[in-house]
Design a protein around this ligand. Sequence first.
Ligand code: FES
Length: 198
Amino acid sequence: MAALSEHAIEEIRALPPRFPHIRSAVLPALDVAQDELGYLTREAMTEVAELLDLDPGYVEGVATFYTLLHLEPIGKHHFYVCTNLSCDLRGAYEICDHIKRRIGVEGFGEVSADGLFSLEEVECLGACEFAPMMRYQRRYHYDLTPEKVDALIEAARQNGGDRAADSPRDAAAASQKPPGRRASSRGPTKEDSAELNA
Ligand code: FES
């Protein structure tokens, strides 16, 4: 039985013509698979490899390299909080502790009892000017405060954990940054850089 739905398979099949090299399509293809399943199963990685006519070992190598790809189940809503220097100095670990308390987990990587949330600390996401910041549901969230985090958690609980309700695949249209500051030269990608709580 196929690991992926017909819709996901169609999305992946449409990717190769958009890239100069077939291997460049692996990352977005794995993203499609993860978006559908919540994490990358071995079957899903094999299916992606077959759809792109690539070696399964290569696809698995890509999947294990990137922290945004997960080989184990995570919460439907996953917090990627940057804890590198700028964010650390501006309270990233306090934000992490607050998230842990609010979702009821003890550590990074743990999934909340209701399956809705999990938390991960990540390396610099290229938006140091807006520290502390995180990636959450395909969007960047800047100048984090406990209140902003609480609003996100509450919204997720209210929509019953529906990923699609607050994580549009094409978030570019909503992309914006706090006014009056320069964007980082390595700033968020077009798809990743929308802020929910401006
Ligand atoms: S140190 Fe956090 S975004 Fe750069």
